[in-house]
Design a protein around this ligand. Structure first.
Ligand SMILES: Nc1ncnc2c1ncn2[C@@H]1O[C@H](COP(=O)(O)OP(=O)(O)OP(=O)(O)O)[C@@H](O)[C@H]1O
Length: 578
C-alpha cells in the first residue's frame, strides 16, 4: 500500500470542494440582504413609493430562502463526504492491520488501535461534516464585511482590520505553547481507553484472584489523573477564549464609540452608523467562530496524525516477492528472535523433517510457542533463517504459509457466529458433510448435536458460550477440515477432558499420517512415539533425538518425564484429606 498521507479519496475531495462552493453560495445569499436592507433604509429616508420597497423585501426573502437551501445542501454533501471518509479510513486501517504480521503489531496495545479506529476517525468525520463548512462560512464573512466597511467608513474598517493581526499574534503565541497539548490529549485518551479495555477484559481474573479493590483503585486513580490533567488544560483554553473574546468584542465597542462621535459631528449618516455596528458584530462573531475552529483544526490534526501513525506501521510486504510455500523439511539455521528487547529464542538450528513427527518439549517460557510461530510465519526471525522446503519464510507470503500450515493453539479463538461457520473457517469451500465429518473426528459432533440449535448455535463473543475443551475440539475440527500438509499443534489438546482425549489423539494421529507435524506439549506421555523430540531450554536447543536416546542421556528430558510421571501417579492420601 502506498503511504497515502491524504485522508480523503480523490472523489471525496471533489465532493468536499462542491460542498465548499455550495456553502459559499449560502454565505453570499446571507450577506446580500444587508445591502437590500440598506437600500430600503435609503428609500424610506427619501420617501420612495411602497412598491419599490416591496420588491426589495421580496428579494431579501428569496435570498434568505436560497441561503437556507444552499446551507442545507452544503451540509448534506459534507455529511456524505464525512461518512464515506469515515468508512474509508476504517477500511484502510482494518486492511492495513490485516497486512501486518504479528511481529509488526507486537507491542501495540489493542486498545490503542480501538481508540484510533473509533475516536480519532470519529473526530475526522465531525471535522469534515461540521467544522469544515462552518470554517468556510466563518472565513468568507470577515472578508466580505471588511470590503463593505471600507466603502462606508475607512476608520471603522481599520478598527476591524487591526483586530486580525492582534488575534493572529495571540493565537500564534498560544499555539506555539499549547499545540503539543492536543497531541498529548490524543495520546492520553488512547492510553486511558487501552487501560480501561484491559481492565474490562481482565475483570474475571481480577475477581477470581480477589484483587478487585486494588486494581479498581489503580484504574480509578489513573482516571482521576487523566481528568485532572484535562481540567488543567481546559482552564488554559478557557483563559485563552476569554482573551480572544475581549479582542473580538473591542471591534463592536470601538465602532460604536467612535461612530457616536462621528454621528454627533455629522460626518456619518445614521443608516451607515447602524449598518456598521451590525456588520462589526458579524465580523466579531465570525472571527470568534474561526478561532473556535482553529481548535478543531488542531484536534483534527492530532487525530489525523494518530490515524497516520497506525497506517504507517511498516508492513514487511511479502506478497510481491512471494515464493509459493511447498511441503518439505522445515529448517531453522541460527535463528534468534526477541519480543521488544527480551530474547525469546537464540541461535536455534533444527530440522522438522517432512512427513515426520517432531515434538518440542521444555519448561514453560523456554521458547516453544515462539518456534511454532516462527514456523508458520506469524513471526520472522531477527537473525538467522527459517525455511520451508529450502525457501526462507520471509520470501513466502503469509497467505501461502497459511495454506500450507495448520496452526492450532491452546487458546482457540472463536468468532461470534455459528459453530458451523467457526468450523468452516478451516476450509470455506467444504461441503456440509465434510464439516460434520471433521467435527466427528474431533469428538465434538455429539456435543454440537445436543445443543438446541445444533450447528447453528452461536459461539458467543470470543466463544464465551463454549468451554475451553469444546473450543479446542472445534479448533481441531477446523484443522481436520483444512487438511493442510503441515500441522503445528501448540498445546492444542491441553483443555480436553480425559474422556475425549484418547479419541482426539487417535483422530490427530489419523489426520497426521503422511504429514509434517510439530507438536508442542507439556504432556510428555503423548510424544514418546515422535520421530524427533527437541528439548528446548531458555530459548536454546538442549538436545534432540528419539525418546530412548533422550531418556538415556538428557537430564532435562528425564526431569520432564519424571514430573509427568509424578503428576499421573499423584494420589491424595486419606490423612491429607482429613
Ligand atoms: N508477545 C510477547 N511479548 C513479550 N514477550 C513474550 C511474548 N510472548 C512470549 N514472550 C516471552 O518469550 C519467552 C518464550 O515464550 P514462549 O511462549 O515461546 O514459551 P513457551 O515455551 O511456549 O512457554 P509455555 O510452555 O508456557 O507456553 C518467554 O520468556 C515469554 O515471556
Amino acid at each position: 500500500m502506498k503511504n497515502d498521507i491524504s485522508l480523503l479519496s480523490a472523489k471525496d475531495m471533489r465532493r468536499s470542494i462542491l460542498a465548499a462552493l455550495i456553502t459559499a453560495a449560502s454565505v453570499i445569499c446571507g450577506i446580500i440582504p444587508f445591502f437590500n436592507l440598506l437600500s430600503i433604509l435609503e428609500m424610506l429616508a427619501s420617501r420612495q413609493p411602497f412598491d419599490r420597497i416591496a420588491v426589495q423585501c421580496i428579494i431579501i426573502a428569496a435570498l434568505l430562502i436560497a441561503k437556507s437551501v444552499f446551507y442545507g445542501l452544503g451540509i448534506a454533501v459534507s455529511h456524505r463526504v464525512a461518512f464515506s471518509t469515515l468508512i474509508d479510513i476504517r477500511k484502510r486501517i482494518i486492511s492495513h492491520m490485516e497486512r501486518l504480521s504479528l511481529s509488526d503489531i507486537a507491542g501495540q496495545k489493542s486498545g490503542s488501535f480501538a481508540q484510533v479506529v473509533d475516536n480519532e476517525v470519529e473526530q475526522v468525520e465531525v471535522f469534515i461534516a461540521h467544522a469544515l463548512p462552518e470554517l468556510l462560512v466563518a472565513s468568507i464573512i470577515p472578508v466580505a464585511v471588511l470590503a463593505f466597511m471600507y466603502t462606508v467608513c475607512w476608520q471603522f474598517a481599520l478598527i476591524l482590520t487591526i483586530q486580525i493581526p492582534v488575534l493572529i499574534v495571540f493565537m500564534m503565541l498560544f499555539m506555539k505553547r499549547y499545540s503539543s497539548k492536543f497531541e498529548e490529549l490524543t495520546q492520553r485518551t488512547g492510553k486511558m481507553t487501552a487501560d480501561l479495555l484491559e481492565y474490562i477484559e481482565g475483570i474475571r481474573v481480577i475477581k477470581v484472584f480477589n484483587t478487585g479493590r486494588g486494581k479498581t483503585n489503580e484504574i480509578l486513580q489513573r482516571m482521576k489523573d487523566y481528568i485532572s490533567w484535562v481540567k488543567k488544560v481546559s482552564t488554559v483554553m478557557t483563559f485563552s477564549k476569554f482573551i480572544q473574546s475581549c479582542i473580538i468584542s473591542s471591534g463592536v465597542f470601538l465602532t460604536a464609540a467612535i461612530g457616536t462621535g462621528f454621528l454627533i459631528e455629522g460626518s456619518i449618516e445614521y443608516k451607515d452608523f447602524v449598518i456598521s455596528i451590525i456588520f462589526a458584530g458579524f465580523f466579531g462573531e465570525s472571527l470568534g467562530k474561526l478561532l473556535t475552529y482553529t481548535f478543531k483544526v488542531m484536534k483534527f490534526n492530532s487525530s489525523r496524525k494518530a490515524i497516520l501513525s497506525v497506517l504507517s506501521i511498516p508492513v514487511r510486504d511479502r506478497s510481491e516477492k512471494a515464493a509459493k510455500a511447498m511441503p518439505g523439511d522445515i529448517e531453522f539455521s541460527g535463528v534468534s528472535f526477541a519480543y521488544a528487547d527480551s530474547a525469546a529464542v537464540s541461535d536455534i538450528s533444527l530440522t522438522a523433517r517432512s512427513n515426520a513427527s517432531t515434538a518440542l518439549v521444555g519448561a514453560s517460557g523456554s521458547g516453544k510457542t515462539t518456534i511454532g510461530k516462527l514456523i508458520n510465519g506469524f513471526l520472522l526471525p531477527d537473525s538467522g533463517k527459517v525455511s520451508i522446503d529450502g525457501v526462507p519464510t520471509c520470501n513466502i507470503s503469509e497467505a501461502s504459509i497459511a495454506e500450507l500450515v495448520s496452526y492450532v493453539q491452546q487458546d482457540a479463538f472463536m468468532f461470534n457466529t455459528s459453530i458451523y461457520e467457526n468450523i468452516l473457517i478451516g476450509n470455506p469451500e467444504a461441503k456440509r458433510d465434510k464439516v460434520y465429518d471433521a467435527a466427528k473426528k474431533a469428538q465434538i459432533h455429539n456435543f454440537i448435536m445436543s445443543l438446541p440449535d445444533r450447528y447453528d448455535t452461536q459461539a458467543g463473543e470470543g466463544g464465551c458460550r463454549l468451554s475451553g475443551g469444546e473450543k479446542q475440539r472445534i479448533s481441531l475440527a477446523r484443522m481436520i477440515l483444512k487438511n493442510a500438509p503441515v500441522i503445528v499443534l501448540d498445546e492444542a489438546t491441553a483443555a480436553i477432558d480425559a474422556q475425549n482425549e484418547q479419541a482426539v489423539h487417535r483422530a490427530i494421529e489419523a489426520v497426521s499420517k503422511g504429514k509434517t507435524t510439530i507438536t508442542i506439549t507439556h504432556r510428555m506421555n503423548t510424544i514418546s512415539d515422535a520421530d524427533n523430540i527437541i528439548v528446548v531450554e531458555n530459548g536454546r536447543i538442549a538436545d534432540q533425538g528419539g525418546h530412548r536416546e533422550l531418556i538415556s542421556r538428557c537430564d532435562l528430558y528425564k526431569r520432564l518425564m519424571d514430573a509427568q510421571y509424578a503428576v499421573e501417579n499423584w494420589t491424595v492420601k486419606e490423612e491429607e484429606v482429613c
